[in-house]
Design a protein around this ligand. Structure first.
Ligand code: ZN
Length: 189
């Protein structure tokens, strides 16, 4: 569910989570919401973790190459000091921050800000990816984006890793991963 302009809460903050697998359009959706806030002349600030270095270091970029200026940070704590008087705070790839990001999002929302985060909700094994479960719990609005299974064409919410690597995080070329449904997804050896 997405908060609409008509239904938007007045004079309070809130948290929106866009959750999904790779290639499900999470970042496109985050960019779309942030762009609309900018058009409405709201002060918007966007963060992303340094771990994601693909294509650009100071923009959030989706696989279909839409981009928005963003601030690359090493620790979630930096969000609190940098957010300033922004009315809308966007965070991309939020699963790469530690659990402290949950309290930080709550604090920003408590201060009256609209907080919009996007992230992978499952790792390559299909295991919930912290801090996403906790963020989903404290958010007012949740959107799950689905991709298309590359094997059978059904709606897909899993990320299939196609390379041998047991690390939870392997940031790399899109061709190391593809979207799969629960039937076609498997855990690589
Ligand atoms: Zn499938």
């Amino acid at each position: 569910m997405e908060v609409t302009q008509q239904q938007a809460p007045q004079n309070i903050g809130w948290i929106e989570v866009v959750a999904g697998c790779m290639f499900s359009g999470k970042t496109e959706e985050l960019i779309r919401r942030l762009r609309r806030a900018q058009i409405a002349r709201q002060k918007v600030i966007i963060f992303k973790p340094r771990i994601d270095n693909r294509y650009s270091t100071n923009q959030i970029v989706s696989h279909n190459t839409q981009a928005l200026e963003s601030i690359v940070i090493d620790k979630a704590e930096e969000i609190l000091t940098l957010a300033g008087d922004a009315q809308v705070v966007g965070i991309d790839e939020v699963q790469f921050f530690d659990m402290s990001v949950v309290g930080i999002c709550n604090k920003l929302a408590d201060e009256g800000k609209r907080v919009i985060v996007a992230g992978l909700d499952q790792d390559y094994r299909g295991v919930p990816f912290e801090p996403m479960p906790q963020l989903l719990s404290v958010a007012e609005y949740i959107t799950k984006t689905l991709a298309i299974c590359m094997v059978c064409g059904n709606p897909a919410d899993r990320t299939q890793r196609k390379i041998a690597n047991a690390d939870r995080v392997v940031v790399g070329a899109a061709d190391s991963y593809e979207a799969r449904c629960r039937k076609c997804h498997y855990i690589p050896d």
